[in-house]
Design a protein around this ligand. Structure first.
Ligand code: G
Ligand code: MN
Length: 245
């Protein structure tokens, strides 16, 4: 499991990380989930894999909780659609938290809009129960689904992650700028947190830094990295050494 930092642009501090699964293949190198999730599904290993992801996130969050006691570094993980439909989801999440003595706000769940298409009472119940135990839920890749506004209207979530495709053309492409500004405004008016994904350049970072209350993620800050490297990143960002005068 690799981790990519989420940086609060108002103070340059790391406030969380996203856990991203990688397969270190002996011949093909480091592979992203698009290369192995379908294989896990075909082998019936998806449940075991997800349990492992959840537990590994809790363990890492517990380590950072001890290392960075003055901050809450939240570890987000991507929840497959099928799990949002599982009536035992919250029990599984709670068991993983309990095993590491971890408060629920140290873990966060990311769901893609497509997992909300087949919304039913189980999905809504799960989202409400997660909120009740204090675990943040984000809509991932926001703006790329079929009914983004409708999801915001219907589902109790805490945060939207604005899809990286909208960040790409900022600040030169006026369409991308307009879409980003509008999505940020919607988040603000709904009282939701917003995370901008895919920040790759200094110019993009500066554009979003000028907007209040925004968290950013992307290669500009760091690629997804092994836990020790991510820890190093958090240290250097959150505890910059005093400058010499
Ligand atoms: O679907 P989701 O938003 O969870 O996907 C995250 C993926 O986006 C990861 O696989 C990660 O490697 C990739 N990613 C993270 N930051 C950037 C970035 O700045 N640019 C691009 N192109 N991809 C990124
Ligand atoms: Mn994600």
């Amino acid at each position: 499991l690799y981790f990519q930092p989420l940086v609060d642009l108002s103070n340059d501090r790391v406030v969380g990380t996203e856990a991203l699964a990688r397969w270190n293949h002996p011949e093909r190198g480091l592979l992203g989930p698009q290369h192995f999730i379908s294989l896990l599904e075909a082998c019936g290993l998806m449940d075991i894999f997800s349990e492992w992801v959840m537990l590994t996130c809790c363990k890492q969050a517990a380590i950072w909780r001890e290392q960075f006691a003055d901050a809450t570094i939240t570890v987000s993980f991507n929840l497959p659609a099928s799990h949002l439909n599982n009536p035992r989801l919250v029990d599984h999440v709670q068991a993983a938290l309990n095993s590491q003595n971890l408060p629920a706000n140290y873990l966060a769940i990311e769901i893609v809009e497509s997992s909300l298409i087949e919304s039913n009472t189980i999905v809504i119940d799960n989202l409400e129960r997660l909120r009740k135990i204090g675990m943040p839920v984000s809509i991932d890749d926001f703006g790329t689904g079929y009914s983004s506004m409708n999801y915001l209207k219907q589902f109790p979530v805490d945060c939207i992650k604005i899809d990286k495709s909208f960040c790409q053309g900022v600040p030169d492409n006026s369409r991308d700028v307009a879409i980003c500004e509008s999505l940020l405004s919607i988040a603000e008016q709904l009282g939701l947190k917003a995370i901008i994904e895919g920040v790759e350049t200094e110019k993009q970072m500066q554009f979003f830094k000028a907007r209040a209350k925004l968290i950013a993620q992307g290669y500009y800050f760091s690629k997804p990295a092994a836990p020790e490297i991510c820890t190093e990143f958090i240290y250097t960002h959150n505890y910059p050494s005093p400058r010499c005068h």
